[in-house]
Design a protein around this ligand. Structure first.
Ligand code: HEC
Length: 110
């Protein structure tokens, strides 16, 4: 009797454990985007919104080369330019989290 109960408890624990693991994995998938904050996401956003003027590899085009923009500008300065525009650069192309990610990523280009 006691043994049976123990087995049941163990079984339940196992099922729960597996379910918890499954859930954890799902969250891990979602969190994966966050983990890639440095490159992936920012790069994708840049390709979509900015590369038409600055080039896919930041090499410049209609806009200036940004390959070493982090050497002369801080993340705040870069975010300010993206937010407010500058010269031929339109303001407000991206905002919020996207703006933050891209500014951070560009500031690391030195
Ligand atoms: C319509 C073309 C165009 C698009 C789209 C564009 N830019 Fe620009 N960008 C420019 C031009 C032109 C300048 C130079 C502005 C000036 O100083 O006269 C510039 C300047 C900059 C600068 C300052 C570089 C420096 O050394 O002074 C940064 C940073 C920048 N852009 C980032 C971005 C980001 C990030 C995006 C996408 C969200 C973007 N740009 C989209 C045209 C563009």
């Amino acid at each position: 009797m006691k043994k049976k109960l123990l087995t049941m408890l163990l079984g339940t624990a196992l099922v729960l454990g597996l379910a918890a693991c499954g859930g954890g994995n799902d969250e891990g998938g979602d969190g994966g985007g966050d983990t890639a904050q440095g490159g992936g996401d920012a790069e994708k956003i840049f390709t979509q919104k900015c590369s038409s003027c600055h080039g896919e590899k930041l090499e410049g085009g209609m806009g200036p080369n940004l390959q070493k923009v982090g050497a002369s500008k801080s993340k705040e300065e870069i975010a300010g330019i993206i937010e407010n525009g500058q010269g031929g650069m339109p303001a407000g192309l991206i905002e919020g989290e996207e703006l933050d990610k891209v500014a951070d990523w560009l500031a690391s280009k030195k």
